[in-house]
Design a protein around this ligand. Structure first.
Ligand SMILES: Cc1cc2nc3c(=O)[nH]c(=O)nc-3n(C[C@H](O)[C@H](O)[C@H](O)COP(=O)(O)OP(=O)(O)OC[C@H]3O[C@@H](n4cnc5c(N)ncnc54)[C@H](O)[C@@H]3O)c2cc1C
Length: 473
């Protein structure tokens, strides 16, 4: 039976809080086409972030005759895909979760390998001039900067060993200092075929390639309702798209659909970039474009940008009440001090470097810490892929193969893959319980993180509460 869902769309970001990457990729120069007339398509894609763009890329490769329409509320890449940390690394760190969710060590390995292949694919595209994503394969360095973090990598190394793969190598304090310019992180592991890219530039490049391939991209065209049926109808303020199949790629905004919302919780992540100080970073010996992470519970990620800025990001853990994503999720000023404190802890000699810009993005999480992929109940022509949990740059191009396969239905190698419709999902509590619980857990996580960073042992209550982050266990 046809069902109509009312959708929400992003609140536009004021220019001063727009992600640095969007400015750097000159998004202001883009000329969007809005949807002004009703149209039809074989496949409609709702959401022009990396999920929508990569899936359109795969579809047009597999079937150049397929008519594809992308509908985007703002500009393609202006949400999470253009405002993230730019860290690209494989899914080998999630082998255990992949095995749990797919129920198959072979499929888990295959998805992890596919994500590593996606990094190589982007590198090859860049080397051959197909696109310029600013990719720098200078490694992903996952570090510990406090004794409580020293065992963080062990389960990942163990699961890789058990699977017979060795994508990581241990690094000591000297090597970390040589590659990051800091002696604060003192042990860790590195994945060498990983690194950083300019995420907004990648989105802009994919957008250009897709337009050249004949994909119709309608931007500044927020979809207000989605009606399921033999064909799917997407309504925007001025016109409608009807399509035989739909990919729902709206990330955090997919929470407007109750059957998805029950598994999702959306949290803020904060990012800042400094003014360019290349000579100061050179002096520290921080010359590469490595992606660097700290193992604290509030994921901390940082890099030296190609123009010599410092970029720092941190998962704040602030949960969005009832998934009502608003202006605060474009810039949450209250979270900047905690992020700055970490920047200055890792690089004390850079404490005087001015921050050029700070912004916020929304990370769509769920208990499996892996994307939720499936078909809408009661509408088998609607495929969805949401809940990337803050890891998408290599994971999305990997999973987009199977999304394209599901949408084109060619019964290829991805047919009956166990990531689609995995029964291993767990609902999160309904509001307001979810929000209240999340607030409690967050304050415990902040307390535990701060104490562990100082080398102190947090109290048992905080430790216990901080472990209540949703998981499948
Ligand atoms: C701050 C931050 C840092 C991150 N850092 C990293 C990192 O370093 N490495 C990494 O791998 N991953 C990182 N991630 C995760 C990564 O950015 C995401 O996994 C990825 O961008 C998700 O892509 P998407 O296309 O699913 O979502 P989005 O990019 O959010 O795209 C969804 C699109 O849907 C559109 N939309 C929503 N509702 C509507 C509607 N009603 N009508 C029309 N359009 C609509 C939105 O405008 C948006 O453009 C980070 C995320 C954030 C927020």
């Amino acid at each position: 039976m046809p069902t109509t869902y009312t959708l929400r769309s992003p609140v536009p970001t004021p220019a001063r809080h727009r992600a640095h990457w969007l400015e750097d990729a000159d998004f202001d120069a883009l000329t969007p086409t809005t949807l002004d007339e009703d149209t039809t398509a074989d496949v409609a894609i709702l959401g022009g972030g990396m999920t929508g763009l990569w899936t359109a890329y795969r579809i047009t490769e597999a079937d150049p005759r397929a008519s594809v329409v992308i509908l985007e509320a703002e500009l393609c890449g202006s949400a999470a895909s253009g405002r993230n940390g730019g860290q690209i690394h494989s899914w080998y760190e999630s082998l255990e979760q992949l095995t749990t969710v797919t129920g198959s060590p072979e499929w888990a390995l295959r998805f992890a390998q596919q994500s590593a292949d996606a990094i190589t694919e982007i590198a090859d595209m860049q080397d051959s001039g197909v696109l310029d994503a600013g990719l720098r394969l200078d490694g992903w360095i996952w570090t510990a900067s406090a004794s409580a973090q020293e065992e963080a990598f062990d389960p990942v190394l163990r699961s890789c060993e058990a699977a017979g793969v060795s994508p990581y190598r241990r690094v000591d304090a000297d090597e970390i200092a040589e590659r990051t310019g800091s002696r604060v992180p003192y042990m860790g592991i590195v994945e060498e075929r990983a690194g950083t890219l300019q995420p907004a530039r990648l989105c802009r490049e994919l957008r250009r390639i897709l337009i050249n391939r004949g994909v119709r991209i309608y931007e500044q065209s927020p979809v207000t309702t989605l009606t399921t049926g033999d064909v799917v109808t997407l309504t925007t303020p001025r016109a409608r798209v009807t399509a035989a199949r739909l990919l729902l790629a709206t990330n955090a905004w997919a929470a407007a659909l109750p059957q998805i919302a029950r598994y999702l919780y959306n949290v803020e992540s904060q990012v800042l970039v400094t003014e360019p100080v290349p000579e100061r970073l050179d002096a520290l010996g921080w010359t590469s474009g490595a992606a660097i992470c700290d193992s604290q519970r509030q994921v901390l990620y940082y890099q030296r940008t190609s123009d010599g800025r410092v970029q720092f990001g941190r998962g704040s853990g602030v949960v969005v009440y009832a998934d009502r994503i608003g202006a605060r999720q474009n810039y949450d000023a209250g979270q900047t001090p905690r992020l700055l404190a970490e920047f200055h802890r890792i690089y004390p000699t850079l404490a005087d470097v001015p921050v050029a810009r700070a912004w916020t993005g929304v990370v769509d999480c769920n208990a499996s810490h892996l994307p939720l992929c499936g078909r809408l109940r009661g509408a088998s022509n609607v495929v969805y892929a949401v809940g990337w949990n803050g890891s998408g740059l290599a994971q999305i191009p990997a999973v987009s193969h199977l999304l394209a396969s599901e949408l084109l239905d060619p019964h290829d190698q991805w047919w009956k893959n166990p990531l689609m419709e995995s029964p291993r999902r767990r609902a999160v509590p309904p509001e307001p319980l979810r929000y209240v619980g999340a607030q409690l857990v967050r304050s415990a996580v902040c307390h535990v993180t701060d104490r562990e960073i100082r080398g102190e042992r947090p109290g048992i209550v905080s430790r216990s509460l901080s472990r209540l982050v949703p998981t499948l266990d």
